[in-house]
Ligand binder design. Structure first.
Ligand code: 9WN
Length: 439
């Protein structure tokens, strides 16, 4: 049966319109009243299909929060909006934030170059790409240099929030080793905005999140010192998969505007040479793992992150065939107890799987959007088609939620979530522009 995609797209556009607040789009009303970094890039990918002015403003605004060092903060705060903790003043970033802006002091995965290239493919607007290029380049240089003193080719994250997968089981062992010393009194607001507190991270998680920020504040976000002092130091496999795809996109942008590109080409070669060694201890298993620098070991957790390098598109097909066996596995919802064959954030077969708890089990649309594209890059057409149809059905039948229970598809977290809406628009259009660049 042919899906009725028109009305789904109308609904998605309406959500984006309602979350648009003048210069950018909030992720969702209530829970997230500011602008988030990787959200803005995902959101822009939806706008690229029908409103290029909004797409441009979205990226302009997130880039306006960039620090001198090149760091692109994970939140650019709306000074009028109340009701989110940690609030703008908590971060102590006034001396780093550009004039007139207040930002957080940590990063998120660098989806921006990918979104900017899509913008160009739709608009052919070279002038805007010229404006953006140097900013995005400075962010990538910050990641490839300041966040990689080991010259591995991969950025290190200092905080679970930097991964965008906040309370994923991938971070459990590392967080277990951390005992927060002095942390300020604070009040969580997030749990007031969801059906059940169980949908969000625990208070113990939050104490650790705050403790890690306290350390960064203490050293005034100085990368060299933070690198020495911070007890959470991860080569995050998803962050670095995205960084690779984004470096590819940045290279394309440089060609469009005639910039010199040696640095970017060198980054790509380094990443291609080292990726499997860094993240895949057993190519026969086909799973990719984060690497914890504090203990020098892989974090062997079966989550969607372990499948995500398919999105990079350059890894040997022989390894990726093993990865795709997991996409076809009942523990990742291809069959069995799940209503929709959409990949959950954690394998159903693991003790740490939790069906409605944020990044510990529920389905997220952005991860599936990346895997869909990865499947297409390798011509796994059957799996790609099945996944795309199932994602569209899941959202059509359950609403544009932040995340979904993999067993029955019910929505959880924030309702009318922006990146769910924007990526559904992109999926309706079959992510067609992406295929032009990444082979
Ligand atoms: C902390 C905005 C963000 C997403 C993250 C998601 C969640 C924030 C929070 O919301 O994180 O940054 O308060 O839980 O985990 O991926 O960017 O949508």
């Amino acid at each position: 049966m042919k899906a009725n995609t028109t009305s789904l797209e109308d609904k998605a556009r309406k959500i984006l319109n309602n979350n648009w607040i003048g210069n950018y789009t909030i992720p969702a009303k209530g829970l997230y009243p500011h602008q988030w970094s990787w959200d803005s890039a995902f959101i822009m990918i939806g706008y690229n299909h029908y409103d290029l002015l909004k797409a441009k403003k979205e990226l302009d605004n997130i880039l306006s929060g960039q620090w001198k060092s090149g760091l692109l903060p994970h939140i650019v705060f709306d000074s009028d909006a109340k009701g989110y903790f940690p609030d703008p003043e908590y971060w102590g970033t006034r001396s780093h934030s550009p004039a007139g802006k207040i930002t957080s002091g940590i990063i998120q995965p660098p989806v921006h170059a990918i979104a900017a290239l899509r913008y160009y493919q739709h608009s052919k607007d070279e002038n805007t790409i010229k404006e953006w290029f140097s900013k995005i380049f400075r962010f990538h240089r910050y990641l490839m240099e300041k966040r990689d003193p080991e010259h591995s080719g991969f950025a290190t994250i200092y905080h679970p929030w930097e991964s965008g997968f906040d309370n994923s089981p991938r971070w459990d062992e590392a967080l277990k080793r951390i005992t927060p010393e002095k942390i300020p009194d604070y009040k969580r607001i997030d749990i007031e905005h969801v059906k059940k507190a169980q949908e969000r991270p625990t208070d113990e998680d939050y104490d650790k999140y705050i403790y890690l920020i306290e350390i960064m504040k203490k050293y005034d976000y100085d990368d060299e010192i933070v690198y020495q002092k911070i007890p959470f130091k991860m080569k995050d496999v998803v962050f670095n998969t995205i960084l690779y795809v984004a470096n590819k996109a940045l290279f394309e942008l440089s060609q469009i505007i005639g910039e010199r590109t040696n640095k970017i080409s060198n980054w790509l070669v380094l990443q291609e040479n080292n990726f499997v060694k860094q993240f895949c201890p057993n190519p026969q298993e086909g799973l990719f793992y984060d690497y914890d620098l504090t203990v020098n070991d892989f974090v062997k957790r079966k989550t969607v992150a372990a499948l995500l390098p398919i999105y990079a598109g350059f890894i040997d097909r022989t390894i990726i065939e093993n990865t795709v066996k997991w996409v076809d596995h009942s523990h990742f919802c291809s069959s069995g107890t799940c209503k929709y064959p959409v990949i959950p954030s954690t394998s159903l077969g693991e003790s740490y799987f939790a069906h409605v708890t944020y990044w510990r089990g529920p389905i997220w649309i952005n991860t599936n959007w990346m895997i869909y594209q990865g499947l297409r890059k390798y011509n796994f057409e059957r799996q790609a088609k099945r996944l795309r149809t199932a994602i569209l059905n899941l959202v059509r039948e359950n609403g544009f939620y932040e995340y979904f229970d993999p067993h029955n598809g019910t929505g959880h977290g924030a309702e009318n979530f922006s990146w769910t809406a924007s990526l559904i628009i992109d999926l309706i259009h079959k992510c067609d522009m992406m295929d032009l660049i990444i082979k």
